[in-house]
Design a protein around this ligand. Sequence first.
Ligand code: HEM
Length: 131
Amino acid sequence: MEDFSSGNILLRLRFLHPVVAAIAAVYVLWLILKSLKRPERLWNHEVMLAGVLIGQIGLGILNVLLLAPVWLQMVHLLIAELLWVLVVLASANLLFATVDCNSAGQNCAAASCSLSYRGMNSCLSCHLSTL
Ligand code: HEM
């Protein structure tokens, strides 16, 4: 097998990709757990997100083991796009969900709640404080 350890800077930085992927996976897991706690949780989204995350990490490991054949690169890239779409949707869901700020012990009429989104009881600053 070819030794890339002393080659191009990009090749030497290859080890960073799985490390960054692992850090990103921690965020995705946090997102899933937070979403599961919400009353209007969307099981399908969370199950899909968890499945795609685990699958993508598996594909990444397979990529290394099989020395990245082109078909596997394509699949790994495709699943990365799908994961990205799901993460954006889940983050938006969590951030802009309708929250009953009053029941969360917040007063929506307070000056701190200046930005309001969908729904009477929804306001970003209240919601952020409940995250
Ligand atoms: C959340 C998890 C991950 C995401 C979102 C992700 C995403 C990506 C993306 C976007 C590429 C570039 C694809 C291309 O340009 O064709 C790539 C390449 C690669 N990834 Fe990952 N990756 C993840 C996890 C992993 C893990 C855990 C490993 C290995 C332990 C890995 C190994 C590789 C390898 C070897 C390549 C180069 C070959 C290729 O282009 O497919 N990945 N990854």
